[in-house]
Design a protein around this ligand. Structure first.
Ligand code: FPP
Ligand code: MG
Length: 325
């Protein structure tokens, strides 16, 4: 598996061990008495990525906990956030009509939209069912709010399709809701489970919010700049789907007269033309600058109050977002 950190260090070995346990919790919980369901869930294996959200939850737990081995509640919570994430990916690929993710065929392209809708629902339902086994209603309440927010983010994004007047605050709200909210909740839940007096929960939640926002801006930059074969998913899909992303919004805020050019690029699906405009106005660099600022503020917030090895590792993960690609 592509890993987030050096797994040969003691902390890396700990995380790798925990992630294996988390994967076990997920697959055990997905097992169904109907073999047909197991076959479809088995196809999800290809979607397995770096398990960013469970890793953030585990490291946030360890950053504030006095224990060494993650209790079952922590592993289960980590499995729950990954199941929710997988549900959103399966549904997102239907919305985006994406045929590949992580270099393999998406569930919608393999089995059609009907099966993919139901699989996403099954994953989401399984996530909440699994969460209930922790018997901590605060976690269910928090995650219910987050999944509402994820769906609202997608709905608002859809309502702004092809809207060249989309302002920067609305863009930040959309990416907070559709992406950063679950990443923030992963850090928040880990710290809630790690320290009963609630110390550092807001610090780690804010850290997650900032890196989650930076993560989505970077993902949008990849969609604009990278090639399909390098990212293992469709490139240029934001333009095709009429989604305005940060470099375009920055460019239009500074050069309102370019609105017709952006509209034309969207209408003609002219990725090269849009890229040239963005490049010549410095808007791509400006968007990378926003990523850097978000990472710096995330790291500053954590380093101000925590100094454990796990909290330093969280900061290193955040710094990786600054790499161009
Ligand atoms: C990725 O955006 C999309 C998300 C992170 C959120 C998707 C959320 C939904 C589809 C709502 C459904 C919610 C639940 C709870 C099942 P992107 O298309 O920019 O990223 P990509 O490049 O990885 O496709
Ligand atoms: Mg997508």
């Amino acid at each position: 598996m592509n890993t987030l950190m050096d797994m040969t260090t003691d902390l890396g070995a700990w995380l790798s061990n925990e992630l294996t346990a988390v994967s076990g919790v997920m697959s055990d919980h997905l097992i169904n008495k109907h073999e047909e369901v197991n076959v479809v869930c088995g196809e999800l294996a290809a979607y397995k990525g770096k398990m960013l959200r469970p890793s953030l939850l585990l490291l946030s737990w360890r950053a504030v906990s006095k224990e060494d081995a993650a209790p079952m509640a922590v592993r289960t919570a980590a499995a729950v956030v990954e199941l929710i994430h997988l549900a959103t990916l399966v549904h997102d690929d239907i919305l985006d009509e994406a045929d590949i993710r992580r270099g393999t065929q998406t569930l919608n392209s393999l089995r059609g939209n009907e099966a993919a809708v139901m699989l996403g629902d099954y994953l989401l339902s399984s996530a909440f069912h699994l969460c209930s086994t922790i018997k901590n209603p605060d976690l269910n309440l928090l995650l219910g709010g987050v999944t509402n927010t994820l769906c609202a983010g997608e709905l608002v994004q859809l309502s702004h399709r092809n809207n060249v007047d989309l302002d920067i605050d609305s863009y930040f709200q959309i990416i907070h809701d559709k992406t950063a909210s679950l990443i923030a909740a992963s850090c928040e839940m880990g710290s809630m489970l790690g320290c009963s007096d609630g110390s550092f929960v807001s610090v780690l939640k804010d850290f997650g919010k900032s890196i989650g926002t930076a993560f989505q801006i970077k993902d949008d930059l990849l969609d604009l700049l990278a090639k399909r074969k390098d990212i293992g998913k469709p490139a240029g899909r934001d333009l095709e789907k009429g989604k305005l992303t940060l470099p375009v919004i920055i460019m239009l805020a500074q050069n309102p007269s370019l609105r017709p050019d952006v509209r034309a690029a969207m209408g003609n699906n002219d990725r090269v033309g849009l890229h040239d405009l963005l490049q010549s106005t410095g808007s791509i660099d400006a968007a990378f600058g926003v990523v850097e600022n978000l990472v710096d503020s995330a790291v500053l917030g954590v380093k101000g109050v925590l100094s454990s090895e796990s909290s330093m590792q969280l900061c290193k993960l955040a710094e990786q977002l600054k790499r161009p690609f």
